[in-house]
Design a protein. Structure first.
Length: 330
């Protein structure tokens, strides 16, 4: 980060005339613009990549406490009531409720990616496919990455014989290749969720160039996201095991269990949204200029603009004698 020469403070602007870098004391506000206090010219805001100014690793843990704000508790409660009420009507009702809740989780990703730190209000209902079947189909395709590599390897090991492949019960074999491929699939699953959450062609969820390519491109930062999602999965499994006996004596135990469990996916999809907010330009979501932030954040200039001196008045012109015409001449 650059510093001004006079105050040795972090600079947030650069003069367009003298090209000095300016700290808040060296820059002056003027009718919505910023002026250089040295020469009075306009100053441009210094910007840098969001991933540099606010590293993803320093913000991801805040996603764990994000659902516990008042709006988050109300959102979890409303989602739990929806799951419980529609679940009473049978499997189809429960499936519809799952699709609506998934649509809201995807909305959290997009809202966070656009800079929102509050809980978004539910979008207008666009249609049964867009807001119910669409999210279910997207999450189903994303789940292919968890089991797909191991199942493809098992089919190849069976020599392409479907009967032999079905009899192998590959997921229960616990062989080293199967365990390794399941671990790889679990590692790639969060990137598949990123592709599923963002608007775009649904085929991107299964595109290896998108899922594997972006995971390799972002390496360490993506590994942090994958580790966070794994932590959320383990936490949800633990809460699910605890909430069964805990709420068994409560009225409507399924309602209470869903209410508690929903805090975990809210935090996980918030983390995915923070990931897109930080690296969206590298994920093909928006333009590079959308991910440049002021280096001083919300800091405002508070210097005084230079005094404008009035230009000196020009001296009056010398008097000119005009001779009167000789009236004697005709």
């Amino acid at each position: 980060m650059q510093a001004c020469l006079q105050h040795r403070a972090a600079a947030g602007w650069r003069c367009t005339r003298c090209e000095k870098v300016l700290c808040p004391a060296c820059a002056a506000p003027s009718s919505g613009l910023v002026l250089c206090t040295y020469c009075g010219a306009l100053a441009d805001t210094l910007r840098d990549r969001r991933s540099v100014l606010r590293p993803f690793r320093s913000e991801i843990l805040a996603a764990l406490r994000w659902p516990f704000q008042r709006a988050g508790v109300l959102s979890c409660a409303a989602s739990a009531v929806l799951l419980w009420l529609l679940g009473l009507s049978g499997g189809l009702g429960g499936l519809i409720a799952d699709g609506i809740v998934l649509a809201y989780l995807f909305q959290i990703v997009r809202h966070t990616a656009r800079g929102g730190d509050d809980f978004p209000a539910p979008d207008d209902f666009r249609g049964f496919f867009e807001d119910v079947l669409g999210p279910l189909f997207r999450i189903l395709l994303a789940s292919v990455w968890v089991f797909g590599p191991a199942m493809i390897w098992a089919y190849w090991s069976a020599g392409g014989d479907m009967g032999r492949y079905l009899a192998s019960n590959v997921l229960a074999s616990r062989s080293l290749p199967v365990v390794a491929l399941l671990a790889l699939g679990a590692f790639l699953f969060p990137m598949a969720l990123v592709a599923a959450s963002l608007p775009g062609a649904i085929r991107q969820v299964l595109n290896p160039l998108v899922v594997i390519g972006y995971a390799i491109r972002l390496r360490a930062d993506y590994a942090i996201l994958a580790g966070f999602c794994l932590l959320c999965s383990l936490l949800e499994a633990l809460l699910n095991a605890i909430s069964g006996p805990l709420f068994s004596r409560f009225p409507f135990p399924d309602l209470w269990r869903d209410f508690v469990l929903l805090f975990v996916p809210m935090a996980m999809f918030r983390a995915i949204g923070l990931f897109v907010r930080t690296f969206g330009d590298r994920l093909g979501y928006g333009m590079a200029s959308d991910y440049l932030d002021p280096v001083l954040g919300v800091a405002l200039p508070h210097g005084k603009p230079p005094e404008v001196r009035a230009a000196p008045k020009p001296p009056p012109p010398d008097s000119i004698e005009i001779s009167e015409p000789d009236r004697g001449r005709r």
